[in-house]
Design a protein around this ligand. Structure first.
Ligand code: CA
Length: 372
């Protein structure tokens, strides 16, 4: 009897749904049939996007192309986005300024590259010892992250959106093995974001270098070590040939790239193009996360045969403990003098607390008993 009641309820709901769909389809037909609609000439809006990445840069650059293609297709050619790579605009780390100034309507980069301008931007890429990608996406879209990101970027005249996640990043390539804290003292390393601040306190000479110049900098000894991404992108760059020690990650557990849109340009778009653009950016971001996971898995599967000299290491408990302690100190220092920094930090910490409990009960519990 209970089952029958349930079936009737389900059937009634279905009938209602079908009726609603029929009504809305009807409305659409009427709209489409309106004569004035069909006579309106659709004009093409042409935008330019500046990306941090060079021409043909895999995965990151592909996410941008995917977004632009989707916008063009979904808008029926009403909005087209031309992409300029770093080879063209020559300002790999100047994207925020160019989009803010309206020189470009859009940009693709990473939020933590702007920490020198505004430390509050760092939180929207990834934070050392912070959330992993599923936790961070949940925070962005359902835990208040998008609102906080926009609060920060309102001051810079742009809208900011997630731009694709690399997943957990590797700790970097080192010419020499790092065994103790002394080994870090005086080491010259390319590392962006808050991790750079932490390592700096441990005596590391920290720089950020645009992706196109990384290999040369490491090869010529301008730097002794660098971190870039992970197997998805690192092996193509050739770092393993000159710095064989490859450390597991601690510093970028979920690096999210960034789409930026000039505010005035976005606000001037008709509502349907704003929606198309927003959806295309979100799709391209999720898609890049899946792609990154795939590329890392595939590249890593053959590492031992292809690059037998690569030596996997994990930083010692002593080094990790020192990094964690400095991380806490630095966060507290910035939070004390910067209310927005504190607001974002508190939000991330509170969210991670609840999200991590679920991660522990779900993925972690499953993995710890099922690793082969
Ligand atoms: Ca990185």
């Amino acid at each position: 009897m209970k089952q029958l009641n349930h079936a009737i309820k389900l059937l009634t709901s279905l009938v209602m749904l079908v009726s609603l769909l029929a009504l809305s389809a009807c409305g659409k037909e009427q709209q489409a049939a309106a004569p004035e609609e069909s006579k309106v000439e659709k004009q093409t809006i042409s935008w330019k996007l500046a990306q941090t990445w060079g021409t043909g840069f895999p995965i990151f650059g592909d996410a941008v192309i995917k977004m632009a293609d989707m916008v063009n297709e979904m808008s029926g050619g009403e909005l087209e986005i031309r992409i300029d790579s770093a080879n063209k605009h020559k300002a790999a780390l100047g994207i925020l300024d160019m989009v803010k100034a309206g020189q470009y309507e859009m940009g693709h980069s990473a939020s933590y590259y702007w920490k020198g301008k505004d430390p509050n931007t760092m939180f929207f890429s990834t934070m050392p010892f912070g959330m992993i990608a599923p936790e961070q996406y949940a925070w962005f879209y359902y835990g208040g992250g998008m609102e906080l990101m926009q609060k920060v970027y309102d001051e810079h005249g742009v809208y900011s959106f997630p731009g694709g996640n690399t997943g957990n990043q590797m700790g970097g390539w080192f010419r020499k093995e790092i065994n103790t804290l002394d080994d870090l003292d005086g080491l010259k390393m390319r590392v962006p974001g808050f991790a750079g601040e932490i390592l700096s306190r441990l005596g590391v000479v920290v720089t950020n270098i645009a992706p196109g110049e990384l290999y040369t900098a490491l090869d010529r000894g301008t730097i002794d070590a660098l971190e870039w991404v992970g197997p998805s992108l690192d092996l193509n760059m050739g770092f393993q040939k000159i710095a064989p020690y490859y450390y597991t990650g601690w510093h970028e557990p979920a690096t999210e790239l960034q789409f930026m849109v000039n505010k005035a340009a976005f606000d001037a778009l008709p509502a349907h193009l704003q929606e198309i653009l927003t959806i295309a950016m979100q799709y391209a971001a999720y898609d890049m996360y899946a792609r990154s996971y795939h590329e890392s898995a595939v590249n890593w599967a053959s590492i031992e045969e292809e690059y037998p000299d690569v030596k996997i290491r994990t930083f010692s408990p002593e080094i990790i403990a020192a990094m964690k302690s400095i991380n806490q100190d630095l966060l507290a220092e910035s939070a004390a003098s910067n209310p927005t920094f504190k607001e974002i930090l508190d939000s991330q910490n509170a969210y991670m607390k609840i999200a991590r409990k679920w991660t522990e009960l779900s993925d972690y519990a499953y993995l710890k008993d099922n690793l082969e």
